[in-house]
Design a protein around this ligand. Structure first.
Ligand SMILES: [Ca+2]
Ligand SMILES: [Zn+2]
Length: 411
């Protein structure tokens, strides 16, 4: 009996808490022998029952909420976490004592996990049941997903963990890290941002009673922090590749130019005449971006990847494949002939050099063509009392004259 009761003392438990929207939510908790309840959700299929909660280092496949306790700071490189200040989110009462962001984090990370499992049969970010952690109450105005691992960081100067599309966005960065691993700069970085926005909206739609996206990433955030798919210009972002913003800030404009493929996705799903609908567009983009791109892929590769995905999913020549090409055309990401990287064959022949030469304020043209028997020093194509070809080269050196331009052709 003693063994029995001690087993009951440390186990899964349920409770409730109020989220940022003021709603009471059901919580999956872990009841520890110290009498406290920990915000550790062990109910997902990925949970490894040989784990020993609340030992953080031995947890596998749980969703854990921890608290940064308003310690650390954000700078231009991102969040600076003070690991020693982090605590579990705990309470002695399962139905009170939870911070609103802890409730948000537990709820929405669970929803994103469910979305990936049910929608794509994907078991967490790495498809191997990687445990997830929401680090809440970090003193900043942003949300982050570090490149590796299952941690999401939520600043407390906004209700970031309450925004399901934002949590879906951050967790999709994790999925991309474990798949195509698009490099987070320039075009590949913009594609990384874009697929995170698209899947963030897909996650929101999946859990929406009407199964709809509102086409704004950051629905619960202030208007200037949102990203519109329908009209990226609302945030000053481009919707066509021709307006691609070249910049050194924001890792090469990753949050700016992502709007181009976001808009492409919108056109494919709903915008174009004969658009194929949200769910099919999600299938095409998710498949294309996670299975057919690599770290340094660019926009033109995203076009080919999505068309290929559409052909595989719906058939070559299908309306879905045709519309995918049309949507990329719409945002000016056109088809291009792949670069021929085979070696250009060498052509046998004589060297021919043409050059410009300045003397006394006048410009002359010179030539050295082996096939015409020109000497090494070349010949002048013009006679203005200049030195003879035989002495010209030495003459250049002595007088400090320099050829001003040079073109070299191998004939
Ligand atoms: Ca949204
Ligand atoms: Zn992002």
């Amino acid at each position: 009996m003693l063994h029995e009761s001690s087993r009951i003392c440390t186990a899964h438990a349920t409770g409730t808490g109020q989220d940022s929207l003021g709603q009471t939510r059901n919580l999956n908790l872990w009841r520890h022998t110290d009498g406290n309840y920990y915000m550790i959700d062990t109910t997902k299929g990925m949970y490894d029952p040989t784990s020993s909660p609340p030992n953080f280092n031995l947890l596998r496949g749980a969703i854990v909420v921890r608290d940064a306790n308003n310690a650390g700071f954000e700078n231009q490189f991102g969040p600076n976490i003070l690991e020693e200040q982090i605590t579990f989110s705990t309470s002695s009462n399962p139905n009170s004592g939870w911070t609103k962001h802890a409730v948000d984090g537990a709820l929405n990370m669970g929803r994103v996990y469910d979305f990936y499992l049910q929608r794509f049969n994907r078991n967490s970010l790495d498809n191997k049941g990687l445990g997830l952690e929401a680090l809440v109450n970090f003193p900043a105005a942003n949300a982050w997903k570090p490149f590796e691992g299952g941690r999401m960081i939520f600043g407390n100067r906004g209700d970031f963990p309450a925004a399901l599309d934002v949590v879906g966005h951050e967790m999709t960065h994790g999925v991309i890290f474990y798949t195509s691993n698009l490099k987070y700069e320039n075009q590949s970085g913009a594609l990384n941002e874009s697929i995170s926005d698209i899947l963030g909206e897909a996650c929101e739609a999946f859990h929406d009673p009407q199964k709809k996206s509102d086409w704004n990433l950051g629905t619960l955030l202030p208007a200037n922090a949102r990203r519109s798919f329908i009209d990226p210009a609302l945030q000053g972002n481009p919707s066509k590749f021709g307006k691609f913003v070249v910049t050194t800030s924001d890792a090469g404009g990753v949050h700016i130019n992502s709007s181009i493929t976001n808009h492409c996705f919108y056109q494919l799903a709903e915008g174009l005449p004969g658009a194929i609908g949200f769910d099919k567009a999600v299938n095409i983009f998710f498949n294309g971006f996670t299975t057919k791109l690599v770290a340094l892929s660019k926009f033109e590769h995203a076009r080919r990847a999505c068309i290929q995905a559409a052909e595989e999913l719906y058939g070559a020549g299908s309306a879905e494949a045709t519309k995918t090409a049309e949507a990329f055309d719409f945002v000016e990401i056109f088809d291009s002939t792949p670069i021929n990287t085979s070696k250009i064959p060498e052509i046998a022949g004589n060297d021919n050099v043409g050059f410009l030469f300045e003397s006394n304020g006048q410009t002359f043209f010179g030539r050295r063509d082996e096939s015409l028997g020109d000497p090494l020093s070349g010949v002048f194509l013009g006679n203005n009392g200049e030195p003879t070809p035989a002495t010209w080269q030495a003459d250049v050196c002595e007088r400090g004259r320099k050829p001003r331009g040079l073109c070299h052709a191998r004939l």
